[in-house]
Ligand binder design. Structure first.
Ligand SMILES: Nc1ncnc2c1ncn2[C@@H]1O[C@H](COP(=O)(O)OP(=O)(O)OP(=O)(O)O)[C@@H](O)[C@H]1O
Ligand SMILES: [Mg+2]
Length: 285
């Protein structure tokens, strides 16, 4: 029996003022909602496990900017990096992504102004959803695992549960760049990521992996959304640490071509698809 729980104790709706009240009073249950999409002047949309719901409520531009301020605890300057990167992680590991007008300086994105859309991805602990990967990560010849899939395929949710399983048996370092996996608060993980787990919260991938291999002697390292770079995979390979990470990919063939796969640090790839969080394909490298 799969046990699903919205991460964190605080309701994500409390960030949203009266829009949150409207969602809370609607017939849609928080436990079914995967995304809350707010667009200035347009109806609120909920992506739920049962399909899409369009509400009548339309946030005004002022309400959208009020939400952003509330995500940033009314101190936008403390969230400069997040504003530039286009997301803020809320308590509980929920990811609020947003877009608006780009402010470009010296050819680079400096920040975003006039935010027009917000997408809140609701994080959930689904205990047992990574059971299907247990045999892979605990097998004798295992070196590294790539969990690949499209956006919203359940990669982070599966990774979170896999961390719990591994971290209850082996030393694991989680590089939690966006605080989505462990949802740490004041040094304590709100999500169950295992008792032998060290969480490097907010660290970049490179620095997190370097520090973990240097000082934490992990047997496994996990991180969400490794991209084009290969240095850290090399580092894990050379230090004998098993790496587990996710990447956006449409198809297995595309996943196999990722530069990180060429390093040899990965022994297995799984593609998520079909139903959320379900493995549809597996490749042994
Ligand atoms: N097995 C499942 N059952 C029900 N809901 C699920 C399941 N797996 C994931 N979800 C929900 O689906 C949504 C998307 O999951 P998740 O954030 O893990 O996807 P993702 O592939 O990491 O997306 P992205 O690529 O955008 O980071 C979340 O709200 C999550 O709680
Ligand atoms: Mg994700």
């Amino acid at each position: 029996m799969i046990n699903a729980k919205i991460c964190g104790n605080e309701s994500v709706l409390s960030y949203l003022g009266t829009i949150g009240t409207v969602i809370g009073r609607s017939k849609y249950r928080m436990s079914d909602i995967c995304e809350i999409r707010l667009r200035a002047g347009l109806p609120v949309v909920l992506e739920t496990v049962r399909g899409r719901a369009v509400l009548e409520r339309r946030p005004s531009p002022d309400e959208i900017s009020e939400c952003i301020k509330s995500f940033c605890h009314y101190s936008l300057h403390s969230f400069e990096r997040e504003l530039k990167e286009g997301y803020v992680t809320l308590k509980g590991g929920h990811r609020a992504g947003f877009c608006g007008s780009a402010v470009i300086k010296n050819g680079e994105l400096e920040t975003i102004k006039n935010i027009s859309s917000i997408n809140i991805r609701i994080a959930r602990e689904i205990k047992g959803c990574a059971e299907q990967l247990k045999n892979i990560v605990f097998s004798e010849n295992f070196r590294g695992l790539l969990i690949a899939g499209k956006p919203m395929s359940g990669k982070t949710t599966v990774l979170r549960d896999l961390c719990r399983m591994i971290g209850n048996e082996h030393k694991l370092a989680v590089i939690d760049t966006r605080s989505e996996i462990a949802a740490s608060h004041e040094g304590v993980s709100r999500n169950d990521v295992g008792i032998f787990t060290d969480v490097l919260d907010g660290y970049g991938k490179q620095e997190g992996i370097e520090i973990a291999t240097r000082v934490l002697s992990p047997e496994y390292i996990a991180c969400d959304e490794l991209t084009g770079e290969t240095e850290y995979a090399d580092l894990c390979l050379n230090s004998g640490v098993k790496i587990i990470f996710t990447a956006h990919c449409d198809a297995m063939e595309q996943a196999k071509k990722l530069p990180v796969i060429q390093t040899g640090a990965v022994s297995d790839i799984v593609m998520l698809g079909g139903r959320m969080g379900q493995v549809t394909e597996r490749a042994v490298i």
